[in-house]
Design a protein around this ligand. Structure first.
Ligand SMILES: Cc1ncc(C[n+]2csc(CCOP(=O)(O)OP(=O)(O)O)c2C)c(N)n1
Ligand SMILES: [Mg+2]
Length: 302
């Protein structure tokens, strides 16, 4: 990818697209498929272990060429094929290197700004998590994990809820991951709504019972923010959009999540100030390394 200067998107929801401009060689780009299809009528190549999504009753993404293969062998074969017809990539390298450097500088700026705020925000929570992650850690993400501020480099280290999944998937999925690979640190990174819908008492109980030292991080904005945003987007003038979209999405006065984990033999802490977060995460990670489950209830703003 680096030698041929192919831009890569890491989002699990962004399929691979081969774009063939009217002149020149095929130019692979990784982007959100519908956007690209609308823009440039590309040749669409679907590559994956199950590129037809055979068990799905309905899927309507276009495909001009469908290749059933794992990512590693495909990239190796692509590399060999591109070697034979290597285009001049100098100008593209310069353009994309600049864009990449700008992007990284922007993400760093967001971290710096977040660290100076009075309340915890998503960039700061993700950035602070990075400091306690073990190199082979597994992150199970139910909405709030962001690679911009906490990049992962090991294959098979990030799991996210599928489009067909329901809220509450993350915590039990993390328990399953921990059961499967007991020697790796497993993080369940959850919204407060996702945590509540996972049936947390049952999950913590099983974590204790099966000795699964999962670290749960709750991005607690006291809100179903996804619901709020969808409501404001679709029905801005509706009754449900009242109180800035919070009328049916408010989760304030929720329980003290850190006490739920304590009730099951785990280590729990609530944290509100950005400056306190690094030490709180260090203590939670230490508990996990000692074999106990832990939970950090991070009180956040949007
Ligand atoms: C079983 C189920 N019920 C409802 C939904 C709709 N839903 C999608 S996201 C969401 C809110 C998530 O809230 P939270 O985890 O707190 O994350 P936030 O949006 O606040 O970041 C809801 C209710 C769903 N996906 N699945
Ligand atoms: Mg929330």
């Amino acid at each position: 990818m680096t030698r041929t200067v192919l831009p890569v998107r890491t989002s699990p929801k962004a399929p691979i697209v081969l774009q063939r401009p009217k002149t020149g060689l095929a130019r692979p780009v990784f982007t959100t498929l519908p956007v690209l299809v609308a823009q440039c009528e590309p040749v669409v190549v679907q590559i994956g272990e199950d590129p037809l999504y055979e068990r799905y009753p309905m899927r309507n993404f276009p495909s001009d060429l469908t290749v059933k293969a794992a990512t590693g062998p495909v990239l190796a074969a692509l590399e060999t094929a591109l070697d034979e017809r290597r285009p001049d990539v100098g100008s593209r390298r310069a353009l994309l290197s600049k864009r990449s450097a700008d992007l990284r500088a922007r993400w760093q700026g967001e971290i710096d700004a977040a660290g100076r705020k009075d309340t915890i925000t998503l960039p700061w929570l993700n950035h602070c998590l990075r400091a306690v992650l073990e190199p082979n850690a597994i992150v199970v993400n139910e909405y709030s994990f962001r690679q911009e501020w906490c990049p992962l480099e090991e294959p098979g280290s990030l799991f996210s809820v599928a489009s067909a999944g329901g809220l509450g998937w993350g915590f039990p999925a993390a328990l399953g991951a921990s059961l499967a690979v007991r020697d790796r640190m497993v993080i369940a990174f959850l919204g407060d709504g996702a945590y509540m819908l996972a049936n947390p008492t049952a999950c913590h109980w099983m974590a204790e019972e099966q000795k699964l030292p999962v670290l749960t991080i709750v991005y607690n904005n006291a809100l179903y923010n996804a619901v709020r945003l969808a409501t404001l987007d679709m029905y801005p003038a509706s009754v449900a959009a009242g109180e800035d979209g919070r009328r049916l999405a408010e989760l304030s006065h929720g329980p003290a999540f850190e006490q739920v984990v304590s009730a099951h033999g785990g280590h729990g802490e609530r944290v509100e100030r950005p400056a306190d977060l690094p030490a709180v995460l260090q203590r939670a990670a230490a508990a996990v390394r000692a074999g106990r489950q832990a939970l950090v209830n991070a009180i956040c703003t949007l």
